[in-house]
Design a protein around this ligand. Structure first.
Ligand code: FAD
Length: 254
């Protein structure tokens, strides 16, 4: 499904089940007393709200923190770490950096929106087995038709206003002119909430400790659900892989 179809599906599920969703609100802490856990979340005008429950399910996903390249200019306003399909792209020159689903999906959308697309990837060829199969035919077709300028074996070194310096492996380094840059080079989960709740973490790999049979962390009553679990197990992140999590958690609530 496309991003829009997926969002529509989620909205339908949420209204069919009558879920109470607190939008535009971020969980900023999780504390506990003897009986309950207390969730602290942001409200309008900088106020902090609280909600308490004996069981908390943390389903904060694996796409919270973009993996930054650590290069000058990646915080410029025309540089993005998540794709933004609502921007005006027609006739704009857009650089997409990355070689996985996020990058390929972005390239396809940009071609559709008639942008001038430049694609940079650090490998010599795309990791095709790791890309959703239905994205590739569109990408390959556009590439064959000359609608994507590809610079493989390149990595961005710096971005200054509308100029990006690409370091090339094997060839001469180059500077390209662009209007916007999408650095779609991977994401990681945010563990701040779990850390604020003093959930124990693995010493070496710094991941939360949990029981894979119950999905409960080492802190009683705090569960992990969805992609945040898959990251730990090194499995491919997909909706199918996490379908059973809800039932497992329901069967193990305090
Ligand atoms: C480009 C792309 C394409 C994909 N396509 C597919 C596909 O076709 N099929 C498929 O099966 N999977 C696909 N996936 C993977 C799929 O999106 C994930 O497996 C799925 O969304 C994981 O669901 P989740 O609920 O665990 O986490 P998410 O969907 O990431 O949801 C986590 C939510 O928690 C919120 N959150 C995080 N921290 C806080 C906080 N502190 N306070 C409040 N809210 C917070 C986030 O804003 C987010 O809304 C794709 C992923 C990407 C990036």
């Amino acid at each position: 499904p496309t991003r829009e179809q997926y969002l529509e599906y989620l909205n339908k599920v949420s209204s069919r089940l009558g879920l109470v969703v607190k939008q535009h609100s971020k969980v900023v802490g999780l504390t506990s007393n003897d009986k309950d856990h207390l969730v602290h979340y942001t409200k309008k005008r900088g106020k902090i709200g609280e909600a308490c429950a004996p069981n908390i399910v943390v389903a904060s996903g694996g796409y919270y923190a973009p993996q930054l390249l650590g290069i000058p200019g990646e915080d410029q306003p025309n540089v993005y770490h998540y794709f933004r399909s609502e921007l005006p792209f027609h006739n704009e020159r857009v650089l997409v950096v990355g070689g996985r689903n996020s990058a390929i999906e972005a390239v396809n959308t940009l071609v559709e929106k008639k942008a001038e697309v430049i694609h940079s990837y650090r490998g010599a060829r795309l990791p095709r087995k790791k890309i959703k199969p239905w994205l590739l035919p569109k990408f390959d077709k556009a590439r064959k038709r000359g609608l994507i300028r590809t610079f493989y074996r390149t990595v961005p070194r710096s971005i200054h206003n509308k100029q990006v310096k690409l370091k090339s492996d094997g060839k001469k380094n180059m500077t390209i002119d662009v209007d916007r840059v999408f650095l779609l080079t991977g994401y990681g989960p945010d563990y701040a909430t779990l850390k604020s709740a003093s959930v124990p973490f693995h010493k070496r790999n710094q991941r939360p400790l949990f029981n894979p049979r119950t999905l409960e962390t080492k802190k009683s009553g705090i569960f992990l659900c969805g992609t945040i679990v898959l990251k730990w197990q090194g499995e491919k992140a997909s909706i199918d892989n996490t379908r059973g999590h809800g039932k497992i958690i329901l069967n193990n609530l305090r």
